[in-house]
Design a protein around this ligand. Structure first.
Ligand code: MN
Length: 734
């Protein structure tokens, strides 16, 4: 078998088209079609195809294929003219003037698809291209013309060089055959697949053909016998049916042999018998007769009548075994189903199918449903055709990168969404965008078929604008913008994370030595997959790591460390996360002498505060304020009441105690300077100061000061309160 079409002269091509048009039952406006043929011949005059024949033969043959599908006059005219805008001086306006706007729209649609720079390298990409083609062809006839165009190009591909043949074959299998399948146009689908397969794997195809031809007579005899037997039996039951047998398509056999790894002889459905009847009831009656005649194979019965395929295909399928023990598939359908199976959506033009039962269609594709509902409302063919705008992808837009990759975005997406869909770095470095070569505003919403180019900068510190968060449509872009802010504000995040961790550590009365803290942090980094301690802090800072989850584990680790240390019996100096000056003294502990004392950092008690002590495991007594959050209100009911001890301040204390003040103020210049000046004037040591702006126009300072008691602290607070702009001061950790 040759997959290639023979050489034709221009006259032969014209005759072929006329013959094909006259053969069908449809009536065509031959005057308009003849005018289109004349225009095309004139426009393409002198142009040759790579095969050497006149260029105009190609559009004429494409029109002939469409005539075979029974397409309407406008489709035939558009097919005849489909390459003139692209390849000749004629313009779309000329076509519109001469043949009307709907022919012009069809030609324009085909031209646009032909010009699209897509390439298909991966599965996902192919899927996008298919959806885009369907979305782009506002009128489904555009796609049908394009399918015929591709079919003719494949039929005449013998003149192409090897690589082009393979690329086009691949593209045909990936894009066009599935679209033909989706639209249900079986004849075109199978031929596209068979030709492509011959180009991609000629050896395997030759093998299959040889196998088929080997005992060809035997096969024909087998099918004839089956057909006759079925026909006769059906007659006995008064069932009128058309029965025909065939060998399945090469592509179907190929897929089973090479993708399912079967032998040629193992393939059941090399043979198929098709039984076409008048009514749906007869389909089921025939099925009963067939199952009575032949033994059915289990699990091979499929009822596509009650559950049609998404491309509208309907039939009953069953596989049975002949008396010679040869399995074969039986397909049973009505004539109407048969037309739909052969021509799919094109059957509308060929047979003007009326589809009566709405309920059967409920589960089909939305656009098919609309297609049918519109038909019920109006018999006006023009109106009907206009209404078959594929709403398949109305929620999606498909745009190109400059290199021909198709990107699928939700409708309403902007060029920013596009940039982030390409890569975060492209989005982060974006400074502008071009659509179809023209600069557009950053909030420009992309439309299907546009080529989008993102303009980027290589400047080091460039990043997205916060305003973009209001503009973008996709959550992908939004989260990538947020992520950038997380990363780029690293210093801030590290500081915040460190503070939070220290606060939690002290709130939980965990006391680490410097080396223990280091060890703990390293452990945590490993556990949280952070490369460095700073990464760990930063992750806490932006909320990537939740401290509330971390703390219980941390406590356990701490207990273990403490136990190990106790077992080793090494006296360890008590150091909190920040070295504390108090080693001993300052308080009197009930019934205890020479005991290590430290002041809890969760509440930082100062002399004068009411206090209480807690006997820690191996680290002496930790002194808290009585009203510290970590001290139970009722000590007698605490889980280990014996560990809470009564402590009092010594009468004479020379030492200095740290207290943390939280100062809230209206933010203004010099505020910080005024605060520090006041503290210096009072000879109060400042051990630490952090400032941040919780809200616009407000400043919050955490100041760690050294005081010698509550009295002293009150004086300091009173003094700071007098500073202009200070709203409130409270002791932190109380
Ligand atoms: Mn063409």
């Amino acid at each position: 078998m040759s997959v290639y079409e023979e050489y034709l002269t221009c006259e032969q091509a014209i005759d072929g088209l006329r013959e094909s048009l006259s053969k069908g039952e449809k009536t065509y406006d031959m005057a308009r079609i003849d005018r289109a043929i004349a225009v095309a011949c004139e426009a393409h005059n002198g142009q040759k195809r790579y095969s050497g024949d006149d260029y105009v033969c190609h559009p004429l043959r494409v029109a002939t294929i469409l005539a075979g599908l029974g397409m309407d006059t406008e489709t035939i005219i558009a097919a005849v003219l489909h390459d003139v805008v692209e390849d000749t001086p004629l313009e779309l306006a000329d076509i519109e003037r001469e043949f009307g706007s709907s022919v012009a729209t069809l030609v324009d649609g085909v031209t646009k698809i032909t010009k699209m720079p897509f390439s298909t390298k991966e599965e996902q990409q192919a899927e996008n291209v298919r959806k885009m083609l369907l979305a782009m062809s506002q009128d489904v006839r555009v796609i049908i013309i394009k399918l015929a165009d591709r079919l003719h190009n494949m039929r005449t591909s013998s003149g192409w060089y090897e690589q082009k043949r393979r690329d086009k074959a691949r593209e045909t299998l990936d894009i066009y055959a599935p679209i033909a399948h989706r639209l249900g146009i079986r004849a075109i689908k199978e031929e596209l697949e068979d030709i492509s397969l011959h180009l991609l794997d000629p050896v395997a195809c030759a093998e299959i053909e040889e196998n088929l031809s080997l005992r060809a007579e035997e096969r024909t005899a087998f099918l004839d016998d089956i057909q006759t037997r079925i026909s006769e039996r059906l007659k006995e039951y008064d069932l009128t049916a058309y029965v025909c047998g065939r060998v399945k398509s090469i592509n179907g056999i190929y897929r089973k042999m090479y993708m399912q790894g079967r032998n040629f002889d193992e393939i059941y459905d090399v043979y198929a018998v098709r039984i076409i009847v008048d009514t749906v009831n007869d389909c089921y009656n025939v099925l009963g007769v067939v199952h009575d005649m032949f033994h059915p194979l289990p699990n091979r019965f499929k009822d596509y009548i009650s559950t049609p395929k998404s491309n509208m295909y309907q039939s009953l399928h069953t596989t049975v075994i002949s008396h010679e023990k040869i399995p074969f598939e039986v397909q049973i359908r009505t004539w109407e189903m048969h037309h739909t199976a052969e021509y799919g959506i094109a059957a509308h033009w060929k047979y003007k199918l009326g589809i009566q039962k709405k309920d059967r269609l409920e589960d089909r594709l939305a656009w098919v449903r609309q297609f049918i509902e519109n038909q019920q409302e109006t018999d006006d063919a023009e109106e009907f055709v206009r209404s078959i705008k594929t709403d398949l992808s109305s929620d999606d837009v498909f745009v190109f990168t400059p290199r021909g990759k198709v990107v699928n975005l939700p409708s309403g997406s902007t060029v920013i969404d596009f940039a982030y869909a390409i890569h975060s770095e492209v989005g982060n470095r974006m400074v502008g965008a071009k659509v179809d070569g023209r600069i557009v505003p950053i909030d420009y919403q992309v439309k299907t078929g546009e080529i989008v180019e993102v303009l980027t900068t290589s400047a080091q510190n460039h990043g997205p604008s916060r305003d973009w968060l209001q503009v973008v449509k996709t959550s992908e872009a939004r989260s990538k913008i947020r992520l950038w802010y997380k990363r780029e504000r690293r210093e801030e995040n590290i500081e915040k994370g460190r503070e939070e961790l220290e606060r939690e550590i002290s709130r939980n009365c965990i006391r680490f030595t410097e080396s223990e803290l280091q060890e703990f942090l390293e452990q945590q980094c490993k556990r949280q997959h952070c490369a460095t301690v700073d990464d760990f802090y930063a992750a806490i800072g932006y909320g990537g790591i939740l401290l509330s989850r971390l703390i219980p584990r941390m406590k356990e680790d701490y207990q273990r460390m403490v136990k190990n240390a106790a077992a080793a019996a090494k006296p360890t100096p008590i150091v909190s996360t920040r070295p504390h000056r108090h080693h001993n003294g300052g308080v009197i502990i009930e019934n205890m002498d020479n005991c290590l004392v430290k002041y809890a950092r969760c509440c930082n008690p100062v002399p004068g505060d009411e206090i209480v002590g807690f006997i820690t495991r191996g680290y002496g007594v930790s002194v808290h304020k009585r009203d510290c959050v970590n001290v139970p209100v009722n000590l007698a009911n605490a889980s280990e009441p014996e560990r809470w001890v009564h402590v009092e301040w010594e009468d004479s204390i020379r030492e200095e105690f740290k207290a943390v003040l939280r100062v809230l103020a209206n933010d203004r210049m010099q505020l910080l300077a005024d605060v520090t000046t006041q503290l210096a004037n009072m000879h109060v040591m400042i051990y630490g100061m952090q400032a941040r702006a919780p809200r616009q126009g407000e400043g919050e300072m955490l100041i760690t000061v050294g005081v010698n008691g509550v009295q002293h602290l009150q004086e300091v607070i009173a003094r700071l309160k007098r500073i202009d702009g200070v709203i409130s001061i409270e002791r932190s950790g109380a």
